[in-house]
Design a binder for this molecule. Structure first.
Ligand code: KG4
Ligand code: ZN
Length: 381
């Protein structure tokens, strides 16, 4: 095996096509050489959420030009790629199939091996792309649009689930609250922007499971409380019962007609409730494990309030907190190339030259350690 390997990463699990090149030298943390991203957000905005069929078709259009783009950035030829890593799951089946199909056909054409990567492992290891990478072991708070988990991470591939959401994910809580406020999709950044001018103590919203004694999360009740509060505000500002009911069915016109400060106050209170839950549970996980290092990953990790509060609270406790760079919090190819390179480097996974691929739309991260032996047997037979 060559001592240094050029790893191409392809991400296509949802609504971003991401491609990147990472150089693994086998000794230090692999280095990110180039990455490129096409976000489908604008395309899906008209529908208020991701339309899976449109997502797949757009990935088909974008992925090859993005691969050319990253190669051009570093003046490399496609033949110089040593391994192709792609997101194998979880995610939208059709979208995943595009990345897997391109990776495996490219691998077959070039005679280069391929490696299926877990999307959440990509998020989990994304802080290693930063200039100040973490050291193992650490507690990881994984907060994306579909997942909210606290993990104990001892090494690449050694992930123990400490707690997770029993209903909605933190990103979903942002997205659903934003939707009823008429803020469009994706809701997190829009709600956060509106919240900047608001008072986070204006409305007392619930923090479900905060004192449950477990490290599990629940956000479904919060979303309902935001809806009830929004309906009260509509009624208090001259709306009628029909206007209030329309919020529950996703018609946000009545809410959008409220004074901006009132809307900003509800957005800020919602953001504070979500951040509070994430903060308290993360601190409890650190206490429970006795670990002194926290890694935050996933799209919600881009939230400024969450970053500021975690920084402040961790500093008080002399705990190091690591975030991916803001632009690498949401889905991207760099994290997939990095996770692939780190799995290769740690000897956990051999790349395969069996190009008969499958994808795993549902794939719990905690199953990764158990499934790796079986996976490698299945993929090499
Ligand atoms: O990790 P990600 O890009 O995709 C998934 O794998 O789900 O996360 C997307 C989620 C969405 O729910 C989005 O609203 C949320 O991350 N998000 C944010 C922010 N940026 C993205 N939530 C709060 N504040 C943000 N700044
Ligand atoms: Zn993601």
């Amino acid at each position: 095996m060559k001592t240094s390997q050029l790893v191409l990463g392809i991400e296509s699990s949802c609504d971003e096509t991401g491609v990147a090149l990472v150089l693994s030298t086998g000794l230090q943390v692999p280095a990110l050489l180039a990455h490129a991203l096409h976000s489908q957000v604008e395309m899906h905005q008209a529908y208020g959420g991701v339309v899976p069929e449109l997502a797949s078709r757009d990935h088909v259009r974008r992925v090859l030009p993005l691969i050319r783009n990253v190669l051009q950035q570093v003046q490399r030829q496609i033949e110089q790629i040593d391994v192709i890593a792609y997101t194998r799951g979880p995610g939208l089946a059709g979208a995943l199939l595009v990345g897997a199909g391109v990776a495996c056909s490219l691998g077959a054409a070039l005679g280069k091996p391929v490696l299926g990567v877990h999307h959440l492992e990509g998020h989990l290891l994304s802080p290693f792309l930063s200039r100040d990478p973490p050291e193992f072991p650490f507690v990881a708070l994984l907060v994306s649009g579909g997942h909210t988990q606290l993990m104990r991470v001892d090494a690449v591939g050694q992930y123990g689930l400490l707690g997770e959401t029993i209903d909605d994910a933190a990103g979903e809580a942002f997205d659903k609250s934003a939707k009823l406020m008429g803020l469009g999709y994706p809701g997190g950044p829009a709600l956060s922007a509106l919240a900047v001018d608001g008072n986070s103590a204006a409305f007392a919203l619930p923090r479900p499971l905060l004192h449950s004694g477990t490290l599990d999360f629940s956000f479904a009740g919060l979303k309902t409380a935001v809806l009830v509060q929004a309906q009260k505000l509509v009624l208090a500002n001259g709306g009628d019962a029909g206007d209030a009911r329309s919020l529950a069915s996703g018609m946000s016109v009545a809410f959008a007609a409220l004074p901006r400060l009132v809307r900003a106050n509800l957005a800020a209170s919602t953001e504070a409730a979500i951040v509070d839950i994430l903060l308290k549970k993360s601190l409890a996980a650190l206490e429970q494990t006795g670990l002194r290092r926290l890694v935050v990953a996933g799209g919600v990790g881009a939230n400024r309030v969450l970053r500021n509060r975690l920084n402040a609270e961790c500093e008080k406790r002399q705990v190091r907190v690591h975030f991916p760079e803001i632009h690498l919090c949401t889905d991207n190819g760099a994290m997939i190339a990095m996770a692939g390179a780190m799995r290769l480097q740690s000897g956990l996974q051999q790349p395969s030259t069996n190009y008969a691929f499958d994808v795993k739309p549902r794939w719990p991260l905690s199953a990764l350690s158990q499934s790796k032996i079986l996976d490698s047997i299945l993929r090499n037979t």
